[in-house]
Design a binder for this molecule. Structure first.
Ligand code: TXA
Ligand code: MG
Length: 336
């Protein structure tokens, strides 16, 4: 049997030059961004990009986001910047907003899964920006997790999923936001209004302050097959081993050990309203922002505790709540 495992270096910010060198020579480097950790490779190198899909076990029809240090690099990856895109960049970059733009021919097929568009963002995280500057290349980076699992927001989770599969992990300030970037399709210029494809920390309400005609994400059932513009959304996502269930009201929870198998984990905005048995782990968040920042770590903690189920409290679908409910809904979706 061939052993593909490699030694994974854990590098601090003192070794950014080394991390950039690994990227420039076609290797894989995990790095923190303001949203989640990214699993980066040189976006101009098809062999390097192929390694991302292998390390994650990612379906090849799910395109990647290209990360840039500055807008000066845009001509390397896009062939046009429609006016609405320019306005979103001015308002939200660097930051947790990805723009889908008409692709430049130089971008390898593997990055965009054959689409004529490319997803691009400038992250707002000091280490990520410095790494991108030193690498001097556009860097393709999906979230740093095995495909289908909750995205990585902590060093231990990155190593759990990817140790031996990537060349290096860059450590530093943890991703403060905890949910992936908002993805907006602005590739169709004047033909179609901009559409939010994936909700994130830049909310629909904020996007509409800049582009009043920005459309909400299309309900998946309504999208015709040849119309699915964010292909990744069809695959399972954010799922721990524990079964994820959603609740509104704590009376629904199987707190009594007789009502369940194994420990119980609860992620909620409201504190526990009764005494809990020792194997019921109830995490309370004091804001939507804290819930978003801790969600993936909480789902993975449920697995470490051996929980059979993790119950997550629903939130109103507005502002950041839209992104949170999107991730909760996918985490709770029935498995294939
Ligand atoms: O916050 C983030 O966006 C993180 C950090 C690392 O930057 N990255 C991330 O990547 O979440 P990933 O691969 O987990 O999600 C990329 C999303 C998928 O939903 C994918 O379908 C969509 O972006 N996407 C990429 N290229 C696209 C394109 N050309 N057209 C439509 N959707 C695209
Ligand atoms: Mg992902």
């Amino acid at each position: 049997m061939v052993n593909h495992r490699k030694t994974t270096l854990v590098l601090t910010s003192d070794h950014l030059g080394r991390a950039a060198e690994i990227l420039r020579s076609g290797g894989l480097v995990v790095f923190p961004t303001e949203t989640v950790f990214g699993l980066g490779a040189d976006a101009t190198n098809p062999q390097a990009v192929a390694k991302i899909f292998e390390a994650k076990g990612r379906p090849s029809d799910n395109p990647l986001i290209v990360h840039l240090a500055s807008t000066d690099q845009l001509p390397q990856v896009v062939r046009a910047i429609p006016e609405p895109a320019r306005r979103l960049m001015d308002a939200f970059w660097p930051g947790p907003l990805t723009l889908v733009l008409p692709k430049n021919r130089a971008v390898p097929h593997a990055v965009t899964a054959g689409l004529d568009s490319v997803a691009v963002r400038i992250p707002n995280h000091p280490l990520a920006l410095e790494l991108l500057r030193l690498a001097k290349r556009p860097i393709a980076a999906p979230s740093a997790n095995r495909s289908g699992r909750p995205s990585g927001t902590r060093l231990a989770e990155i190593l759990e999923d990817l140790e031996g599969r990537v060349d290096a992990v860059l450590t530093g300030p943890l991703p403060p936001l905890g949910l992936e970037s908002s993805v907006v399709d602005v590739s169709r210029g004047h033909e179609r209004p901009p559409r939010l494809l994936r909700s994130g920390s830049v909310t629909l309400e904020q996007l509409r302050q800049v582009l009043p005609d920005c459309q909400p994400p299309e309900p998946e059932a309504d999208a015709a097959d040849d119309e699915i513009r964010s292909p990744g959304v069809r695959h399972p996502h954010y799922q721990p081993r524990a079964e994820v269930r959603l609740f509104n009201d704590s009376t629904q929870l199987p707190v009594d050990p007789a009502d369940r198998i194994g420990p119980l984990m609860v992620l909620a905005l409201t504190p526990a309203d009764r005494a809990l048995p020792a194997d019921c782990h109830w995490l309370t968040f004091d804001s939507l922002e804290a819930y978003a920042a801790e969600l993936y770590a909480g789902l993975r903690q449920a697995d470490r505790l051996g929980a059979g189920q993790v119950w997550c409290q629903r939130v109103p679908e507005q502002g950041l709540g839209r992104a949170l409910m999107d991730r909760l809904g996918r985490a709770a979706a029935a498995r294939m």
